[in-house]
Design a protein around this ligand. Sequence first.
Ligand code: MN
Length: 322
Amino acid sequence: MSNLDLHPAPATCGGRADVTGRPVRDLLPAKNVPLGESTVVRRLLPSMGRRMVGAWAFVDHYGPDDIAGEPGMQVPPHPHMGLQTVSWLHDGEVLHRDSLGSLRTLRPGRLGLMTSGRGIAHSEESPREHAPLLHGAQLWVALPDEHRHTAPMWEHHAELPRVTGGNGLSATVLMGELDGAVSPATAFTPIVGADVFLAAGTSARLPVRPDFEYAALTMSGEAEVDGVRPAPGSMLYLGCGRSELPLRADVDSAFMLLGGEPFEERIVMWWNFVGRTHEEIAEAREAWATGARFGAVRGYDGPALRAPELPPTSLKPRGRAR
Ligand code: MN
C-alpha cells in the first residue's frame, strides 16, 4: 500500500507526551482516500489528534469491495524507508512484488510482512484472476532508531499462533504477543497485532498489558469493545492501563487489536517514508527519483509511482498529536 496523496501532509509524531496513561474510549475519525483508480481506503492512522498506537503509525482499511470484472487494487512500485508494512486480508488476494525479487500472492489468514529498513520498493495488485471480494487492512509499524537502517527483508507467515477463549473468542496473532501466544514475525518493539474473531453470543475478557496502549479496528460485524460498538472500518483508541479488555458480540464479528509500548522516539512521516529529520526524508525522495537505493520492482505492468513534491516548509518532528 502506498500513500497516493498528491500533496501528503507531513506527519510528525512519537514521544510519550500525548499517550493517554489511562483507559479511554476515543473513536478515531476515518478519512476516505482514493488508492489508484479503483480502490478507496479508509485511513484511521494518522488521524486528527492521533498519530500512533504503540509503534503502529499507519492504518488503512479497505473493502469489502466487489471487484468482480474489475482490476481491483493496482498500486504501482513505490519505495519505503524506516518502517514495516503489514498486509492482512479477510477476503480476496493481493500479489506482492518487491525489489528483493519476492513474488507472493497474499491470501486471508496469511501474513505479508515487509521490513523496509534503509530502503525497499514494492508493488501490490489484485491478480488478473481474482476472487470477487477484496477486504483487508494495510498497516505500518515504525522502526526504532537502532533498527531503522537494517537490511530490507520480506517474510510470509502461513502459520500463525491462535488464542482461543473457549467461549467463542478466537484470535490470530500477527505481530508480537497476546495472552502468551507469540507470532513468528520479526518485530523490533514491544507490540501486538491480532485479528480477533467473536462468534455470535460471545462474552469474554481478553487479557492485555497495562503498559501497552491499544486500539481496535472493526473489520466486520458488531463487536462490542469495552462497551463501544465501532462500525466496520472505524477504530476505537483505548489508551493504556488495562489488564483485560471486555468483549461481546451478538453476531459473528471480527476486529483487529493493535497495541504496543508507547513509541518513545519522535519521527517524521512523509509519503512512504519514516525518518527523523527533514533532510533525511528529502534525501530518500531524491534517491527514489534518481533510481538509487531502493532497487527495481520487476514484472509490474506499468510505470512506478513518482514522489510528490516536498512541502515548502521544513518537516519537523514535534509530537504524537497534531
Ligand atoms: Mn507500500
